[in-house]
Write a protein that binds this ligand. Structure first.
Ligand code: PRX
Length: 655
């Protein structure tokens, strides 16, 4: 890695920011980075010293094996240590750090009229009460608790309550409905859910969705939360309840009401002292075969890593107001709404609603309202904003949006940190540091402390200098995943089999002459739509559930807001007709089975699919047809080259 000398347009950190920054310049970054690789023991021990350990570690800070040929893959952080995540992110601040009255979250509801402030002390009290409720319901250390909640304070309360009593939380992402993998596993899940929530104008009955899931597994205890009065004004609350309650079935043995049980629950609860490597949570992520994988993160390593990345990547200071717009159901929310910010005693905004409800300037209005100083969002939201701004030419643009655009984008005094990471990595792994790293738009720049990237070719040979290939990591950092829930074999095969000795990200990557890393996208059958990964297999399986469809193939196509969108080819059974109704039905089916994010943008009739002689679908060709790229290169491996022409001819009919 070299200090950048490139002539191309670089964006240098603003001097005002450098004065007070944790890592004030590029040289400081290099010095710290070097230390983190050369002496990881000292580096991570210093990070750990800030936290509370009921028992100190007896083993080294990090041990690992990344080489399948030498035995099982493992990562072990701080063997022998005992601690509690919840204690470290709440009690420590309230009891030792005197942050009890500091705001932990400004909660902003779906409607701008609904908001509340939660201090660290209040959060701790709610968490303890909820922890006692969970215990009352029979949840014990090591049990899995599935949580199905919108972005309301109760979600954070239940996560931390689990962490407090040593239960493993598994948050059900709302992209998934009744076919989510979690309730299908016969585990010891207890399910918590809310029974209704507004997204924009739309009322979503989560209780009903959970009931469907529960019916399939029949073994669960469900805690139904009332739509919290935090969440609604009384009039809305009443009408909402009325509309849901009609078709809701409450089981007296299974369903418990949040408001009732929380009221009577004591607000003190001794934390369960966990082993450093005990699981903290499971989070499902798309697998390239279509079957989601339960990524497991553990207590101590995840605490160290999310807390450190949060502090440095957002250059956090005590008077900051930080806002991450992600959903907590995704890893971004776990690491950078709940654990990372709380570990630092930060003040965050927690937003329940949509960026465009009740108007397009909602994001910027919230930034104004809470004087947000650090804002973390997805490219898709930025593109949406740009799109809106460009799209409003010729009519007044609301002042909030304008001010934001002018001050933040226009004056260019806010560094943009493009953070590359994955559910599996637990936290940022390639990222600029705002006061230290000169930026190149589109590059995630350099590795975070303790992270050692390499670029390999297909044969597993390491490529030096300016190059492009597979992005891998040579060593673990504390926050890396430990396994796939109940499937160590899949864990090893997915991430370690291809190149022994390395963690394989599944992403392609380029390194330029200044040593900057550029992610080039997935190199497996995964799609990234609006920042959400899904597998082609997952969508194809959903399409094939339709009785008219005999075969389906899905590829990505660039999209100006979503990044990528879905382009689906469907082959129909004999005598079935391709028409608008079918297209609508198929779109609805995918929506229902996977979620709105997966709704296909294009569905094309494919009388046949391009296949190799061995019957493998040639997705490369389909991708080119979807993008209308006529230069198809070598087609000699195709069983029937005529198929391609037919598909090009039918392109215009794609709806
Ligand atoms: O392909 C990369 C892309 O998102 C994938 C990880 O998705 P997920 O596990 O859902 O986690 C998303 C939130 C961290 C990666 O394999 N990705 C993530 N960050 C970037 C990125 N692609 C380009 N640039 C990034 N900054």
């Amino acid at each position: 890695m070299v200090v950048p000398e490139s002539q191309e347009k670089m964006y240098y950190p603003p001097v005002e920011l450098q004065r007070n920054a944790h890592v004030p310049d590029f040289n400081s970054y290099l010095v710290m980075y070097k230390k983190s690789l050369e002496n990881p023991e000292a580096f991570w021990r210093e990070v750990a010293d800030e936290f509370f350990w009921k028992k100190p570690a007896t083993g080294p800070m990090l041990q690992h094996n990344f080489d399948m040929t030498k035995g099982n893959i493992f990562v072990n952080c701080m063997e022998g240590a005992k601690t509690n995540m919840c204690y470290n992110v709440l009690d420590r601040h309230v009891k030792e750090g005197k942050l009890g009255e500091k705001v932990a979250y400004y909660w902003e509801g779906n409607s701008p009229d609904h908001h509340m402030t939660i201090t660290y002390r209040q959060l701790l009290s709610h968490v303890c009460r909820c922890a006692n409720v969970l215990k009352q319901m029979g949840v014990k250390r090591g049990d899995r608790v599935s949580i199905y909640l919108p972005m309301i304070p109760e979600l954070i309360v239940t996560m931390l309550a689990c962490a407090r009593i040593g239960a493993v939380h598994s948050i059900v992402v709302r992209k998934v409905t009744f076919n989510h993998p979690m309730p299908r596993d016969k585990g010891q899940d207890k399910v918590l859910c809310v029974y209704g929530v507004y997204r924009g104008e739309k009322l979503i009955n989560l209780k009903q969705i959970s009931d469907e899931a529960l019916e399939k597994c029949r073994e669960k205890l469900l805690l139904v939360m009332g739509l919290s009065p935090w969440n609604m004004n009384p009039k809305m609350y009443k009408s909402c309840i009325k509309s849901i309650i009609q078709d809701m079935q409450v089981s007296s043995q299974r369903d418990v009401w949040w408001d009732e049980v929380m009221r009577d629950s004591p607000d003190e609860c001794e934390p369960e002292w966990m082993d450093a490597e005990d699981p903290l949570f499971i989070l499902y992520t798309s697998g390239s075969t279509g079957k989601p994988k339960g990524v497991v993160h553990t207590v101590a390593g995840y605490l160290l890593y999310t807390s450190l990345t949060f502090r440095y990547v957002f250059d956090h200071h005590p008077d900051d107001v930080y806002w991450c717009t992600a959903d907590i159901g995704w890893i971004t929310g776990h690491s950078y709404i709940t654990y990372g910010p709380l570990a630092n005693g930060a003040t965050s905004v927690l937003f329940e609603g949509l960026p465009v409800h009740p108007h397009v300037g909602r994001f910027w209005e919230i930034i104004e309202k809470y004087k947000v100083t650090k804002f973390y969002t997805a490219p898709t939201a930025i593109r949406l904003a740009e799109h809106q701004i460009l799209g409003t030419v010729g009519e007044p643009i609301n002042p909030e949006a304008w001010r934001w655009y002018h001050e933040v984008v226009g004056q260019g005094r806010c560094p943009v940190v493009d953070t590359f990471w994955q559910t599996e990595t637990g936290g940022h792994v390639l990222t600029p540091l705002p006061a230290a790293t000169p930026l190149k738009p589109g590059s995630a720049t350099f590795p975070f402390f303790g992270v050692e990237p390499a670029i390999l070719n297909e044969h597993g040979e390491e490529l030096e200098g300016v190059t492009e290939g597979y992005l891998v990591f040579r060593k673990p950092w504390p926050g890396i995943m430990r396994t796939i829930y109940k499937n160590q074999e899949l864990f090893e095969n997915t991430y370690f089999r291809k190149f022994p000795g390395f963690y394989v990200t599944g992403d392609g990557c380029r390194r330029d002459k200044d040593g900057y890393y550029w992610i080039t996208g997935r190199i497996d059958d995964m799609l990234n739509v609006s920042g959400h990964l899904m597998s082609t297999a997952e969508v194809e399986a959903a399409l094939m559930l339709h009785q008219s469809v005999s075969e389906a193939a899905v590829v990505s196509r660039p999209h100006k807001v979503k990044g990528e969108c879905l382009y689906c080819f469907v082959t129909l059974k004999d005598s079935k007709e391709f028409n608008c109704k079918l297209v609508e039905d198929l779109k609805r089916l995918v929506r229902e089975k996977i979620g709105p994010i997966a709704t296909p943008d294009f569905i094309q009739n494919a009388p046949a699919l391009p296949k190799t002689r061995s019957g493998k679908i040639m997705r490369r060709i389909l991708r080119q047809i979807a993008r209308n790229e006529k230069d198809l290169g070598d087609l000699s491996t195709l069983a029937d080259p005529k198929v391609v022409e037919v598909l090009f001819n039918q392109r215009s009919e794609a709806a």
